[in-house]
Ligand binder design. Structure first.
Ligand code: DOR
Ligand code: ZN
Length: 343
């Protein structure tokens, strides 16, 4: 049994850093382990312009704890109002690493997202021209679609029929959750991120002993056969799958509400949780590629120089993180055991 794992410092290719006090608090967790992160733009209001993204990046950089080298990789929230000229501006800026596509009203702060996918074709063609990746929240949201089928329906109806028709568009299907998504990624020229929660939990976790709002995220956790398909995917030596935590903190009262919001906070122990999943999958030999190489290669970034070491040692995740006297965040695995620790 392996008791110590040393890998090149990893990157998180899907992270919600939020803003203000919460950002300041959680950024320390990510920056302690991860060298870079693709930062999601679904703020309120969303990050839609070069001005927004420059200002947001500056706020992040100001809050990086001293002695941490951490680089935020910035994204823009794609709307139906963007034009091909905007895309050219983003691409030439050097600061915008990707655009994020939210189907309208699919998830937290997605009400500025896309309803008419035909409308954005010229913008996507310009993205292809400038080789700027499109990061997709892949869920169809029509009210007649079962919530557990949303990813599959998006793949069939939008991704395959519309988005894949654009030549040379770089696509990352974010936080994949189903065997259909794994197969689609393997069969097509696209990449995907996978979260720790979708590797470690199935949908029973939402209802374990009662309703568990802290295990609710979008795309929602799926059946065990889909979790197993994800565990198979991370074993695959192809370079298409990489680390993206989708760590998405919300204040405790917003989760524990009559209409609790989606998002699981994992950044405080993300790498340790991935190690558990890789061990379960028998895939530890692919751990470094997934965490530290595949994503960097996809985005054309150099591999990080330093290393990080995990040791096998049980510890108990905190019951909550107190951001201030009013706001606390309940993390994934709260008050439960985590099997690996950062050395
Ligand atoms: O669970 C989620 N939370 N899924 C998303 O797509 C968004 C995220 C958030 O921003 O809270
Ligand atoms: Zn997300």
């Amino acid at each position: 049994m392996q008791n110590e794992i040393t890998i090149t410092r990893p990157d998180d290719f899907h992270l919600h850093l939020r803003d203000g006090e919460i950002m300041k608090f959680i950024l320390a967790h990510t920056a302690k382990v991860f060298a870079r992160a693709i930062v999601m733009p679904n703020l309120k209001p969303p990050v839609v312009s070069l001005k927004n993204v420059l200002e947001y990046k500056e706020r992040i950089i100001k809050n990086i704890p001293p002695n941490c080298d951490f680089e935020p990789l910035m994204t823009i929230y794609l709307t139906e109002n963007h034009t091909p000229d905007d895309i050219e501006e983003f691409a030439k800026s050097g600061i915008v690493k990707a655009l994020k596509l939210y189907p309208n009203s699919a998830t937290t702060n997605s009400q500025h997202g896309i309803s008419d996918f035909d409308k954005i074709i010229p913008v996507l063609e310009t993205m292809a021209k400038f080789k700027i990746p499109l990061l997709i929240h892949g869920e169809s949201v029509e009210s007649n679609i079962d919530v557990f089928d949303r990813e599959k329906r998006f793949i069939d109806n939008i991704l395959n029929k519309k988005l894949m028709k654009i030549d040379n568009l770089k696509i990352v299907l974010e936080h994949i959750t189903t065997k259909e998504a794994v197969n689609f990624v393997l069969e097509n020229d696209i990449a995907a991120t996978i979260t720790p929660q979708h590797l470690l939990m199935n949908r029973n976790a939402i209802f374990d002993g009662g309703i568990n709002p802290h295990n609710y995220c979008l795309p929602v956790l799926k059946r065990e056969i889909h979790r197993k398909a994800l565990l198979e995917a991370i074993k695959n030596p192809c370079k298409k799958f990489f680390l993206g935590t989708d760590s998405a903190p919300h204040p405790k009262n917003a989760k524990e509400s009559s209409c609790g919001c989606a998002g699981i906070y994992s950044a405080f122990a993300a790498l340790q949780l991935y190690a558990e999943a890789f061990e379960e999958a028998g895939a530890l030999d692919n751990f470094e590629n997934f965490c530290s190489k595949n994503g960097a290669d996809y985005y054309g970034l150099p591999h990080n120089k330093k290393t990080v070491t995990l040791i096998r040692e049980n510890w108990t995740a905190p019951s909550e993180f107190k951001v201030n006297s009013d706001v606390s965040i309940i993390p994934i695995r709260a008050q439960k055991e985590i099997k690996w620790r950062i050395k």
